[in-house]
Write a protein that binds this ligand. Structure first.
Ligand code: CP
Ligand code: NVA
Length: 334
């Protein structure tokens, strides 16, 4: 039986390395089947609820397209569309949806809420991002790594994450490093290092994770520089100024790339990215903090790595499709 059947997908470390590898292999095949127009629909009688308490482009679209490609029907429940949290508890909402749907995608504020949703709905619940984790993004990143480094095993890759190392992306990278044993440098001002209690949970991690506020040390001979927005969705506005002032020196720009001493360095970004003045928020932050050419990443670095960054984002469809297929169908031989 496949390891995802009728299980929740709340974080990477609820699974074993071989489970994640199984899903990545499945993703590679289903991606190819779509490309050569040989994809068969396995989810024709399935209904999926998509709960979003926060905004989204990639996660919503990848879950919808993955479902449609496979013949499943979806209901999008955006912020304010349900009684959830205001007039109805998570428990009651979960019981209701659990009797109508086959699976639930949840993007929300508190990780503890997705656990409740999973417990009371009794159908597979997939994490589309919480304050703590963003596991489907990292699945997509792992698939992208396999594609761009076809000859290297994941444990031979070194990733240097620069920015807010206490957010959902860095936490999920920590979990991925714990599973795959790749070297991960988390480079941030000390205030934005991962939560200690969280890190201490991972017994095997000591040799692979390196925390530093020194960019030069963290980036040396790395294969991938990974960055994310400095202010995550739902973060309190009160501390924004202090945070950006601290993170200002951690912008991914050409100067930083050179410090890696790797002329073949790749840059990852989970998106959305603030790399120019074409967004309201980006423009405001660049002006307010006197940032040149972008916020967490400069326009030139973004453009030079665009192909890979959009590969990360389009791979979301294939990993999500593999996830929902294997959560809802016991045995699929493609
Ligand atoms: N990377 C990602 O999850 O993007 P969205 O917020 O657009 O879903
Ligand atoms: N850390 C970001 C990730 C966006 C995909 C956020 O939570 O907003």
């Amino acid at each position: 039986m496949n390891p995802f059947y009728l299980r929740n997908f709340l974080k990477l470390n609820d699974f074993k390395k071989k489970d994640i590898l199984f899903l990545l292999k499945f993703s590679k095949t289903i991606k190819l089947k779509k490309l050569i127009k040989k994809e068969k629909k396995y989810l024709k009688n399935k209904n999926i609820a998509l709960i979003f308490e926060k905004e989204s482009t990639r996660t919503r679209c990848s879950f919808e397209i993955a479902s449609f490609d496979q013949g499943a029907k979806t209901t999008y429940l955006g912020p304010g569309d349900t009684h959830l949290g205001y007039k109805e508890s998570i428990e009651d909402t979960a019981e209701t949806l659990g009797k109508i749907y086959d699976g639930i995608l949840y993007r929300g504020h508190q990780h503890k809420n997705i656990k409740k949703l999973a417990k009371y709905s009794k159908i597979p619940v997939w994490n589309g991002l919480t304050n703590k984790f963003h596991p489907t993004q990292i699945l997509s990143d792992l698939l992208t790594i396999k594609e761009i480094f076809p000859k290297k095993k994941i444990n031979k890759i070194k990733i240097s994450y620069i920015g807010d190392s206490s957010n959902n992306i860095s936490n999920s990278l920590v979990e991925a490093s714990n599973l795959f044993k790749f070297k991960l440098s988390l480079i941030s001002p000390k205030e934005y290092f991962p939560n200690k209690k969280f890190l201490n949970k991972y017994i095997n991690i000591k040799n692979n994770i390196f925390l530093t506020d020194d960019i030069e040390k963290g980036i040396y001979k790395t294969d991938i520089i990974y960055t994310d927005v400095w202010i995550s969705m739902g973060e309190k506005l009160k501390k924004q100024k202090e945070k950006i002032n601290k993170l200002k020196n951690y912008q991914v720009n050409k100067k930083i790339l050179k410090l890696s001493n790797n002329p073949f360095i790749k840059v990852f970004h989970c998106l959305p990215a603030l790399h120019n003045t074409k967004t309201v928020f980006g423009k405001k932050i660049m002006k307010q903090f006197n940032l040149k050419n972008g916020v967490e990443i400069t326009e030139d670095v973004f453009n030079a790595n665009k192909k890979i960054i959009f590969q990360q984002s389009s791979n979301r469809v294939h990993v999500v499709k593999s996830l929902i297929m294997n959560s809802l169908i016991k045995n699929i031989s493609l």
